[in-house]
Design a protein around this ligand. Structure first.
Ligand SMILES: Nc1ncnc2c1ncn2[C@@H]1O[C@H](COP(=O)(O)OP(=O)(O)OP(=O)(O)O)[C@@H](O)[C@H]1O
Ligand SMILES: [Mg+2]
Length: 240
C-alpha cells in the first residue's frame, strides 16, 4: 500500500458566470476532491463539463463563487490578487494544448523567461540547459520554436513549466494538438518527470496514453465529479 500526504483539498467548489442578459452559467456545481503530493491525476469529461474551469481555480487563474481550496492546508480562495499572482508565478507550472511559446525567443530563453519573472537572473542559462536535457532537447537549446516539431515544442513548454520546480503542474489537453505517437511520447515523458522530480500533476486529457499513466482518473459531468478510478491503493498521511 502506498502512503501519501494531501497536497490539495477541495470542498464544495462552485463557479458561476453571470452573463450580461441575467443568465447564470454554473460551470462547477459542488466539486470536492483531494489530491495527494506527487500524484499523477487525469481529469476526463465531455466538452463544457468544467475541466478547464476546475484547473483555473486550482492553478490560481480564477476564483470560485463558493467553496474551499486548501493547498498544504492553506486556504487560497481568500488570497488577494497579488498573493494569487505570486502563487501562479512561483508554485504552479502550466502546460497548454497550444504550446504558447514566444516565437522570437530561442528555446532556452523561452524556458528562462519563467525564471526571469521570478526575478532570478543568475544561472538562468545553466539551469535551463539542465531541464532541457531532462526533456530530451539538450541539443536544440538555441533553436527558435518555428524550427521545432509540435512534440518538441510541447517539450519546451514542459521544461518551461518545470524549471521553476513547482509544487504543482497543471496541464490542459497537453497532447490535444499532437498525433497519437507524439502524444504517447509526451505522456511517457510527463510520467517519467513525475517519478524523477516528484511534482504533483493534474492533467486534463482524453488521451488513453495519458489515462494509462494516471494514479487516479476523475470523471467530470455538468460541473460534478461523476466518478473516479484509482490505479493505486493509497493510505493518507497527515490529513488536514
Ligand atoms: N468566462 C466564462 N464565461 C461564461 N461561461 C463560461 C466561461 N468559462 C467557461 N464557461 C462555461 O462553463 C462551462 C464549463 O466550461 P469549461 O471551459 O470549464 O469546459 P471544459 O470541460 O474545459 O470543455 P472543453 O473540453 O471544451 O475544453 C461551459 O458551459 C462554458 O461555456
Ligand atoms: Mg477545456
Amino acid at each position: 500500500m502506498e502512503s501519501k500526504e494531501i497536497l490539495i483539498s477541495i470542498s464544495d467548489l462552485h463557479r458561476e458566470f453571470q452573463m450580461g442578459d441575467g443568465i447564470v452559467v454554473k460551470a462547477l456545481r459542488g466539486i470536492s476532491m483531494e489530491i495527494y503530493k506527487g500524484e499523477f491525476v487525469v481529469v476526463l469529461g465531455p466538452s463544457g463539463s468544467g475541466k478547464t474551469t476546475l484547473l483555473n481555480q486550482i492553478g490560481g487563474i480564477d476564483s470560485p463563487t463558493h467553496g474551499s481550496i486548501k493547498i498544504k492546508g492553506i486556504e487560497i480562495t481568500e488570497w488577494s490578487a497579488n498573493k494569487l499572482a505570486e502563487y501562479r508565478r512561483n508554485k504552479v507550472g502550466w502546460i497548454f494544448q497550444f504550446f504558447n511559446l514566444i516565437p522570437s525567443l530561442r528555446v532556452w530563453e523561452n524556458v528562462g523567461l519563467a525564471l526571469e519573472f521570478q526575478g532570478k537572473r543568475k544561472m538562468i542559462k545553466t539551469h535551463c540547459i539542465s531541464i532541457l536535457d531532462a526533456v530530451g532537447l539538450g541539443d536544440k537549446i538555441d533553436r527558435f520554436p518555428s524550427q521545432l516539431s509540435g512534440g518538441e515544442q510541447q517539450r519546451v513548454a514542459i521544461a518551461r513549466a518545470l524549471v521553476k520546480n513547482p509544487d504543482l503542474i497543471v496541464a490542459d489537453e497537453p497532447t490535444g494538438n499532437l498525433d497519437f505517437v507524439t502524444g504517447q511520447k509526451i505522456a511517457n515523458l510527463m510520467k517519467e518527470l513525475n517519478q524523477e522530480f516528484g511534482g504533483t500533476y493534474i492533467v486534463v486529457s482524453h488521451d488513453v496514453s495519458m489515462t494509462k499513466k494516471a494514479d487516479r482518473v476523475f470523471h467530470l459531468r455538468d460541473g460534478h465529479i461523476e466518478s473516479f478510478e484509482s490505479n493505486k491503493v493509497i493510505a493518507v498521511e497527515n490529513p488536514y
